[in-house]
Design a binder for this molecule. Structure first.
Ligand code: HEC
Length: 97
């Protein structure tokens, strides 16, 4: 039984620190603006709009999300997102639909 409880403990720790699912983050936060509603915000799935952004490099983009960038608010409305979460959601948003 000890092995089993250890398994559950590890599972609990694992899920608590798990990266957030990009589409979920998008739906809760980024999607308010990056869904085509706000013309200045590059739209999800519009890889052409994302191309010049991606050329700045992922580190710069994550920095801009964290600190804010022009009309985009700091942290992009996702207060509990880590830098990795931002990277994953940016990769998801900039995919080709
Ligand atoms: C309140 C609206 C709003 C929300 C919410 C928002 N954004 Fe943005 N975002 C913008 C706008 C507007 C721009 C374009 C800014 C510009 O180029 O002047 C932008 C630009 C960006 C850029 C490009 C930055 C650059 O350097 O070119 C990235 C990356 C980005 N958003 C990621 C995200 C992520 C990830 C989230 C969610 C965690 C998010 N945004 C949430 C409005 C928003």
């Amino acid at each position: 039984m000890k092995i089993l409880s250890l398994f559950f403990l590890l599972f609990a720790i694992g899920t608590a620190h798990a990266a957030q699912e990009p589409q979920g983050v998008f739906k809760r936060s980024c999607g308010m603006c990056h869904n085509g509603q706000l013309p200045m915000a590059p739209r999800e799935g519009d890889s052409a709009a994302w191309k010049p952004r991606l050329e700045k490099g992922m580190n710069t983009l994550v920095k801009h999300v964290t600190e804010g960038f022009n009309a985009m608010p700091a942290r992009g409305m996702c207060m509990d997102c880590s830098a990795d979460d931002y990277t994953h959601v940016i990769e998801w948003m900039s995919r080709q639909n």
